[in-house]
Design a protein around this ligand. Structure first.
Ligand SMILES: [Zn+2]
Length: 576
């Protein structure tokens, strides 16, 4: 075989979207993800112990089964299997009819049986895709205990986590950049939350992302991936011989870290490959190529990620899968999904909630939202549920669009500013509801439409409702306490909680008045007091009348709609 695979052929150059260029040469990243996520169930995978990730006291949710005592019999958790069937259905995968559990044999202090119950040959789910990334499989297993080695010259093991249901998802190696990997992981977290299958908080270890990275110099690698994506099928077996040396990064605690570790590894791989190419060694000379890469510290291995430095570091040489000596667990009965009526495709589909991508699509298409506005609702169940109810109350598309702005900018702004919800300042996909009653909010929108509220008045009214319903003391700032006449200066909370939005607006003088008689009386007084203004207008200075509008707004403390005032002034003066 000649060295032509290294040349950046015209064909390769046409498809450079996902290739990384370095010193005039193209490199083809190949990335796959392995994601573990704890499932939310009342009890553990094979025993009646509580599954409580928030339990802080060590070794309280334990029994003979999850401590690995001999002679015990594991019993399958139905809820965990149901979560899996729903996840598999949501991602369009194939739910296996026949499934079984295997023993994955290895010794470690956090694995008391010296094997983990997992699935090897018959995973529950195969295929499917999420955010355009094909999935190889999703299987169900038990989590290990957790150990800590940082207390002294000894280690501590906590068995609360031992036996918690854990899903392991493996993607096809079809990801080529850090951003796509991050988006995939975020979408999976969202899916698990929408399905109520898990919280998937990465910082709590409820979801753990591992990335597999290799870099190829062979454009064929890129073509194999394109083929798989286009035809929505697994990457061809032959493709793997075109991929580079694979490294796996573990110990990733956030989406950002997942992306940073990929960026770091891609650069590390490319630098090592460049150095070996500079020595005149060809990738087709496999043995020499691997040996030379090893001298540049690029070997197949597991690496950790250090958040403080943004670098990965070598942990251990990768075991091959046969090291685990998998064999079917003789203590656990084989499972035929079709024998369980409630796991039937029809039953599962009927109980399925709206999924993140369906919600995204509806908010963009039905409510005609900008993508970034829609995303706020997709990500935040509090906002999403609130908005759905507001939209039901408003009904008309025009009003719903108006409401979008008041939720995404004004209400979201207040919620963020005053730290409502979780630590990031906004409700998450599973957290807080909006405290302001839907009808009160909808009434603000109806009043704007009826010309009864100015946009300033609407913002003030919303702020009033916000402080009252969240029971937040009015901030001691100019904006809210500039003068005693300001509608926001003094708001008895009880009064707001008892009254309708319209009553509050009226009580605070925020309602724009549409009283033509009173308005005309005011105009008549202004005209007789300022004849020169009328003369200026008649002489062609159209802007002169804005003086009258300003005076009306001042005298009415903004309760007259400026547009209505302007129309009335023009009509009055023209009739003179
Ligand atoms: Zn137990």
């Amino acid at each position: 075989m000649s060295d032509t695979t290294l040349e950046t052929s015209a064909k390769a150059t046409e498809k450079t979207t996902y290739a990384v260029e370095s010193n005039g040469r193209l490199y083809y990243p190949v990335i796959g993800l392995e994601i573990h996520a704890e499932l939310k169930t009342a009890s553990k995978m094979f025993c009646p112990c509580r599954n409580d990730p928030d339990e802080e006291k060590p070794n309280v949710n334990v029994c003979a089964i999850c401590m690995g005592h001999p002679g015990t019999l594991p019993v399958l958790n139905k809820q965990a299997i149901k979560h899996m069937v729903r996840i598999g259905t949501a991602i369009g995968g194939t739910v296996a009819d026949f499934t079984e559990w295997d023993r994955k044999n290895y010794f470690y202090p956090d694995i008391p049986k010296a094997y983990q119950i997992s699935q090897f040959a018959h995973p529950l789910i195969t295929g499917g895709s999420l955010r355009g990334v094909g999935l190889t499989r999703i299987h169900l297993e038990e989590d290990t205990a957790s150990s800590s080695h940082d207390k002294g010259d000894y280690s501590l093991v906590n068995f609360n986590r031992s036996g918690v249901p854990l899903m392991e998802l493996v993607t096809e190696p079809v990801i080529r950049d850090a951003k796509t990997a991050g988006e995939f992981a975020k979408e999976l977290q969202l899916l698990l939350r929408y399905l109520g299958a898990g919280e998937a908080n990465m910082e709590k270890g409820e979801m753990r992302v591992e990335v597999n990275i290799s870099v190829s110099t062979n454009p064929k690698a890129h073509e194999y991936i394109e083929d798989a994506l286009r035809e929505n099928k697994p990457v061809a077996k032959e493709a793997f011989s075109t991929f580079g040396i694979k490294t796996e990064v573990k110990n990733i605690n956030s989406f950002r870290s997942a992306e940073r570790s990929i960026e770091f590894e891609l650069e590390r791989h490319i630098k090592a490959i460049e150095a070996v190419l500079a020595e005149g060694i060809s990738p087709t000379d496999t043995a020499a190529w691997k040996a030379a890469l090893a001298t540049k510290k690029l070997v197949q291995e597991t690496r950790g990620f250090d958040e403080s430095t943004g670098k990965t570091f070598s942990q251990r040489a990768k075991e091959n899968s046969h090291d685990y000596m998998y064999f079917p667990d003789p203590d656990i009965p084989k499972l035929f999904i079709s024998e369980i009526p409630e796991f039937g495709a029809h039953e599962i589909a009927a109980g399925m909630p709206a999924l993140p991508w369906q919600v995204r699509d509806r908010f963009v298409n039905t409510f005609e939202m900008k993508a970034e506005d829609a995303e706020m609702f997709v990500q935040n169940s509090g906002f999403r549920n609130f908005f759905e109810l507001v939209a039901d109350a408003l009904r008309e598309k025009e009003l719903i669009k108006l409401a979008t702005n008041y939720v995404t900018s004004d209400l979201a702004g207040l919620i963020k500013k005053y730290g409502i919800g979780n630590e990031s300042g906004v409700a998450t996909a599973t957290s807080t509801t909006i405290a302001i009653p839907v009808q009160n909010f909808a009434d603000i929108i109806f009043m704007i439409k009826a010309g009864e509220l100015s946009s300033r008045g609407a913002k003030d009214l919303l702020a009033m409702l916000f402080f009252a319903y969240y029971d937040i003391a009015l901030p001691d700032t100019e904006e809210y306490k500039k003068d005693s006449a300001s509608p926001l200066s003094r708001i008895p909370r009880d009064e707001i909680l008892q009254k309708s939005t319209k009553e509050i607006a009226e009580a605070k003088g925020l309602v724009q008045k549409n009283d033509p008689e009173a308005l005309n009386k005011m105009i008549a007084e202004l005209v007789s007091a300022h004849p020169s203004v009328v003369a200026d207008y008649k002489a062609g200075k159209e802007a002169a009348l804005m003086f009258f509008v300003g005076q009306i707004m001042k005298a009415s403390k903004g309760s007259v709609n400026p547009a209505a005032a302007k129309d009335a002034v023009i009509a009055y003066v023209q009739a003179l």
